[in-house]
Each structure stands twice: as C-alpha cells, then as structure tokens.
Design a protein around this ligand. Structure first.
Ligand code: NAD
Length: 316
C-alpha cells in the first residue's frame, strides 16, 4: 500500500508533485476541524503542518494507534508540536529550518526601519490627508542587539552591518566563530546586551527558558527610548509589560510580526493598536520564494523518512 500524507495547513503545491514521483499519496484537508482531524489521523503515515495546527499528545496518540509515523513541520519553530509525546510514541518529527531565513530577515529589517522612521504612523495620517512628518531615527551607527545568533539572527546582523549599524549578539551556544566572521561583538549576558542597545531584535526559539524573556524585570535594563523588534515568537514577550514600557517611554517603538495569541485577542490588540507599534500577522516566511523552498524541503524530508521506513519494513 502506498504511503499516505495528510496536509492540514497551506503548503506550496510543489510538495504534491515531488511526493507523487516517490509514489506517495497526498491528501489536502486545509483548515480541518480538530475533531475531524482526531478521527482521521490514524489513516495516514505522515501529517504536514505549519504553526497553526497544534500537534499535542492527544493527536499524536490518535495517530500512533494507526499508521502515523512522521510529523512534518513546514517551517522552523517546533513549539506547536509535543516533541516528548512524539518520541515516546515513536513518531518522528521533521522540520525545515533554513528555507525561510532570508524572508524573515528581510521582514525584520523592514519592520525595524519602519519603526525607526515612524513610517506606519505617517502613512496612516497621510491616508487621512494629513501632511504630518514625524522625526525619526537613523539606524546608521546605532547599536543593534541580536538575541539568539542562529540562522535568522546572523542574517539580520549581516544586513544591519551593511546599513552601518554596530551589532552585538547573545546566544547560549558557542557562536564565537560566526560572530567573528561577521564583525559582531558577543556579550556575556542578555542584560549586558540590553543596556547598550538602541534596537533589540529577538531571534530565539520559544522554549520554557525563553518564555516571557522580555518582561517587566528585563525591560528595566533597556536603554530609554530603545526599539524592540520581534519576528520570532509572541510568547517571548509579556505583552502587557511591553505596552507599559511603550507608555512610560522605556521603549520608543515596537515592531512585531508575532503575537502571544494568534490571531490576536484583546490583550494583543491593545498593543497592536498603539500608535508607535508596527505589526504584521506572522508573515515572516510568507513569501512565494520561502514557501516554495519550504515545500521542496518538506517533500524531500518526507520522501526520505517514508522511503526509509518502507525499507526497514521490507528488510524485516
Ligand atoms: P536557529 O535555531 O538557527 O537559531 C536560534 C538560536 O537561538 C540558536 O543559536 C540558539 O542557540 C539560540 N538560543 C536558544 N535559546 C536561547 C536563549 N535562551 N538565549 C539566547 N539564545 C538562545 O533558528 P532560526 O532559524 O534562526 O529561527 C529563530 C526563530 O525564529 C524560530 O525558533 C522561530 O520561532 C522564529 N521564526 C519565525 C518566523 C516568522 O514567520 N516570523 C519564521 C521562521 C522562524
């Protein structure tokens, strides 16, 4: 029987063609209700999700009672997938880090410039016919602090250097080589970096250690008037504390692609609607180029995983 793959979040159709070439059947049920998904998941060898679908222990158990052997995340963050439950059940989890790096880095820089130049505020007022020209801040020579010096953080640092920013970074793993190669200073702690930065940009994954990394306490370390940029995960910041910091002048602007709740609830909307916030609805990886690269990478991962599983079965 050919392997069957269920796609529940929008993934570029190039995926289907590649899997078909490997004799793998693909079914697309985008936006399937959770109850339905729980009922049918056992009939598939693999499920493909983006960040929208929550793959928790209940769903994994339902799948593992049948054929489910692989969860493929089309994208980077694995925080919507219960990794421990998957490994206990022998379900492999694969993701596609890399294909979206450039797109997320470009959006990060775009949001940073928009915040620094108060471009959204100016645009909204211009639409009303008002000729209002806010005084912005030039990024050249300013200090950018990159929190998490992985793929996206490094690319953001490279582009920021080209603008003429001075870049510092912090990471929990040894990134001395990567920093040296890009002319980036490493700081010993989050606090050291926050104290010096004109712009702080978050690029760490969401983990129990990074949940609410930006909170009332760490916000005290920010330089007055700093800009906060977050294109990583909404839960990295305490939304209410960030709003307070904007209101009392600790932050001069906030630029965010991600939100504690997505789609946003009342708490998130209070922040989003603040005049000095520029916000987008989690579109970091939403470019035709990134989505195509992600779909190709997912298809290749799945072909490898399902192919090798077939091989193991055939050999046994
Ligand atoms: P990556 O794994 O290459 O880099 C993450 C870095 O953060 C690593 O170097 C890691 O050591 C470091 N890190 C982990 N915990 C840390 C901590 N407590 N303090 C400091 N550093 C820490 O990941 P990436 O490809 O650069 O992606 C980063 C994040 O961006 C993802 O986890 C995801 O949440 C987010 N993302 C968002 C979008 C979007 O659409 N906005 C798209 C892709 C990725």
């Amino acid at each position: 029987m050919p392997a069957r793959v269920l796609v529940v979040d929008p993934v570029d159709p190039v995926l289907d063609g590649i899997l078909a070439k490997h004799g793998i059947q693909v079914e697309r049920r985008i936006g399937l209700a959770r109850g339905e998904l729980l009922k049918i998941i056992a009939g598939y060898d693999a499920i493909v999700v983006r960040s929208r679908t929550r793959v928790d222990a209940e769903l994994l158990e339902a799948g593992a009672r049948g054929r489910l052997r692989v969860v493929a995340r089309a994208g980077v963050g694995l925080d919507n997938i219960d990794f421990d439950a998957a490994s206990k059940l022998g379900v492999r989890v694969v993701n596609t880090p890399g294909p979206s790096t450039q797109s997320v880095a470009e959006l990060t820089i775009a949001l940073m410039i928009m915040a620094a130049r108060r471009a959204l505020e100016a645009n909204l007022r211009l639409r009303e016919g008002e000729w209002y020209r806010p005084l912005g801040m030039e990024l050249y020579g300013k200090r950018l602090f990159v929190v998490g010096f992985g793929r996206i953080g490094r690319r953001v640092a490279e582009i920021a250097k080209a603008i003429g920013m001075r870049v510092a970074a912090y990471d929990v793993v040894d990134v001395r080589e990567e920093a040296r190669a890009r002319g980036v200073d490493l700081v010993a702690s989050l606090r050291d970096g926050l104290r010096e930065a004109d712009v702080v940009s978050l690029h760490v994954p969401l983990t129990p250690q990074t949940y609410h990394l930006i909170n009332r306490d760490t916000l005290r370390d920010f330089k007055r008037g700093a800009i906060l940029v977050n294109t990583a995960r909404g839960e990295l910041m305490d939304t209410e504390a960030v709003l307070e910091a904007l209101e009392n002048g600790v932050l001069s602007a906030v630029a965010i692609d991600v939100h504690e709740r997505e789609p946003p609830g009342e708490r998130e909307l209070r922040l989003i609607r603040h005049p000095r916030v520029v916000a987008t609805p989690h579109i970091g990886a939403s470019t035709a180029e990134a989505q195509r690269r992600i779909a190709v990478a997912v298809a290749e991962e799945l072909a490898r995983e399902l192919g090798s599983l077939e091989g193991v079965e055939g050999g046994g």
